[in-house]
Design a binder for this molecule. Structure first.
Ligand SMILES: Cc1cc2nc3c(=O)[nH]c(=O)nc-3n(C[C@H](O)[C@H](O)[C@H](O)COP(=O)(O)OP(=O)(O)OC[C@H]3O[C@@H](n4cnc5c(N)ncnc54)[C@H](O)[C@@H]3O)c2cc1C
Ligand code: SF4
Ligand code: SF4
Ligand code: SF4
Length: 555
């Protein structure tokens, strides 16, 4: 090797690029989480608590504090998130993905039981006042992120209680209201002001509100249910899935009758069908495509089947039949799957002449939802909001959540947070956090699962199935025990960040690694560039893909 090589450090035998370096990577779980959750970070606090000098209780407290930096509703999200983060977990092929969602729930419940507070607002009181329309997860996340940055924040909600779909649609057997109440209250304790029973538009013009706040966030969700557009739909006995679920959550009578037909294939349809079973009805769910195309969570479909919901696939309603005003049956058209549409999904097509009827007392329509723009002149017609990537509509107007397109709660939380970071940066003339350089993605091949001991995934306990309908509102899924949670945290491979295993330190012949005196998470050993002989041993041994050669390749 010539020292004339521009990439070689003077006086060293190996070219610069073959020597090792420490490089933190973005782990696959975080890349898949809609809210970019620092999963490795909060699991690592628990797993490495001895190295970090923390008791178990301190580790749980700190892990919770890390978790709520991005997600102020961990016990809630830990119950309802479909957890895309687990789908690419590096542990999957070894002995099952880390139970990230169950861990999030465990920490969320821990925070509630310990009455932990969200990070307090900065001492500085900002002069700008912030208005937030709606109180679903997008708005709560935006309000939280602004309040903790010192802004006086007011939430305007048209209903009597905050929470959006989390409170008014998702059934208690999946999300108990005391859990939701505790997590929402913590946000309003920051403090954040709450004005309920105010519908922006009809009660208070949007433009007036815009005048009284430096920044306004629109988190109004998708409140309006789409109609089927078939004969017989108008009148008593036909209601939307959302309307039914909301009435039920408010304790209002639903009067379903014996035969209920649910129409749709998403989570709202499944929640409506399972709730109707709890109300004592015989339930048939019609979906116009097949099981494989169904957007609902597979686990929810399984549970619905276990509760006695009948599924009819490739079946669409063509008419709702009435005797006078009373619904008596649904006329059903048999479908088949045709050519793929623009999204690659096969189009459902009617099979001529194949029509039958099913008896019905009530029909619940859950085909999809859209925003309802009552009295809001700025949005004409029923359209989704169009924003810049970070949610900006104008310097003083931002938006996030389902009013920008249908999604899930963790995406709504992410959009509220990103909008808050960007709006704060604009107010302060700074660069938004998420615009700052991000870390490189982890190369999955750089993780060495064989290094880690085998350990079966810790699964949550579930209430015995025979109790599900007998105690209709009792939560089915249970929280991990502390013992399970501890063990589950140790299953995390700490992809792309040093966890102090000492492999590099022990096997480097050139004594390139020295232990930090002030060791901290991800920060256990210093690597001296001038000592490195470029043999690549440490890179070969590092189980989590943190060490790499200076040109970025793993061994
Ligand atoms: C039945 C059902 C089940 C679901 N299950 C899941 C699940 O298991 N997991 C998951 O992650 N997601 C689930 N979702 C989706 C999730 O609930 C939504 O993605 C999320 O709630 C969207 O949050 P948001 O803040 O955008 O809106 P929302 O939660 O809809 O909140 C909007 C709020 O704004 C208020 N509002 C609207 N207009 C005005 C106005 N003009 N003035 C004042 N207030 C107003 C509304 O009253 C409401 O409180 C489900 C949704 C439904 C309907
Ligand atoms: S929010 Fe959902 S995707 Fe993100 S870490 Fe939690 S369970 Fe995983
Ligand atoms: S092993 Fe840990 S860091 Fe790696 S993907 Fe799974 S949860 Fe994330
Ligand atoms: S080998 Fe172990 S101690 Fe060394 S960098 Fe990798 S994870 Fe950290």
């Amino acid at each position: 090797m010539s020292h004339d090589d521009p990439r070689a450090a003077p006086g060293l035998e190996q070219p610069f690029w073959t020597r090792a370096r420490q490089q933190e990577k973005t782990p696959p779980c975080q890349a898949q989480c809609p809210n970019s959750g620092d999963i490795r970070g909060w699991l690592g606090i628990i797993a490495q608590r001895d190295k970090l000098g923390l008791s178990l209780e301190e580790a749980y407290d700190r892990a919770w504090e890390r978790l709520v930096q991005l997600n102020p509703l961990p016990a809630t999200i830990g119950r309802i998130c479909p957890h895309p983060c687990e789908s690419r977990c590096s542990r999957e092929a070894k002995d099952g993905a880390v139970a990230i969602n169950a861990m999030e729930r465990f920490l969320g419940d821990w925070g509630i039981s310990r009455k932990l507070s969200l990070p307090r607002p900065e001492a500085l009181r900002r002069e700008e006042s912030i208005g937030v329309i709606g109180s679903g997860p997008a708005s709560l996340s935006f309000a939280y992120q602004m309040a903790r940055r010192g802004y006086l924040t007011t939430v305007y909600e048209k209903r009597d209680l905050p929470g959006g779909m989390l409170r008014h649609a998702i059934p208690d057997y999946r999300l108990p209201r005391d859990v939701l109440d505790a997590e929402i209250q913590r946000i309003f304790d920051l403090p954040v002001a709450l004005a309920t029973g105010v519908e922006i538009g009809p009660d208070l013009p949007l433009e007036d509100l815009r005048q009284s706040h430096a920044v306004l966030f629109l988190g109004m969700g998708a409140q309006s249910a789409r109609r089927l557009g078939v004969a017989g739909e108008d009148g008593r006995g036909v209601l939307s899935g959302i309307e039914y679920l909301t009435r039920r959550k408010l304790g209002a009578g639903t009067g379903l009758g014996q035969h209920v037909i649910v129409i749709g294939g998403g989570n709202t349809a499944i929640d409506a069908a399972r709730s109707a079973r709890r109300d004592g009805a015989e339930v048939t769910l019609l979906y116009r495509r097949s099981l494989e195309e169904m957007p609902a969570e597979a686990g929810e479909v399984e549970d619905a089947l276990a509760e006695g919901v009948r599924f009819e696939f490739l079946a669409a309603p063509s008419e709702i039949l009435r005797d006078g005003a009373t619904v008596t049956a649904v006329e059903v058209q048999r479908m088949r799957l045709g050519e793929a549409d623009e999204q690659g999904r096969q189009r459902p097509l009617p099979i001529p002449g194949e029509v039958y009827t099913l008896p019905a007392d009530t029909v619940l329509v859950a085909v999809s939802q859209e925003p309802a723009w009552r009295g809001l002149g700025m949005v004409r017609g029923r359209k989704w909001l169009h924003t810049e990537e970070d949610g900006k509509i104008a310097d003083d107007l931002w938006a996030g959540g389902d009013d920008r397109g249908p999604g899930i709660a963790s995406r709504a939380i992410a959009q509220g947070r990103l909008a808050a970071e960007a709006a704060h940066a604009r107010l302060r003339g700074e660069t938004a956090l998420h615009r700052q350089a991000s870390r490189p993605a982890l190369d999955p091949a750089s993780v060495k699962p064989d290094y880690y001991p085998g350990l079966a995934r810790g699964n949550i306990a579930r209430r015995p199935q025979e109790q599900w309908l007998a105690e209709p509102e009792a939560e089915i899924n249970q929280t991990l025990s502390s013992e399970q949670a501890c063990q589950e945290a140790t299953r995390c491979l700490s992809c792309g960040l040093c966890f102090g295993c000492q492999q590099c330190f022990m096997y480097c012949n050139a004594a390139g690694f020295t232990q930090f005196e002030d060791a901290g998470q991800g920060h256990y050993f210093a690597l001296a560039l001038e000592a490195c002989e470029g043999c690549g041993k440490c890179i070969e041994l590092c189980p989590c893909g943190y060490l790499e050669s200076r040109d970025g390749t793993a061994w």
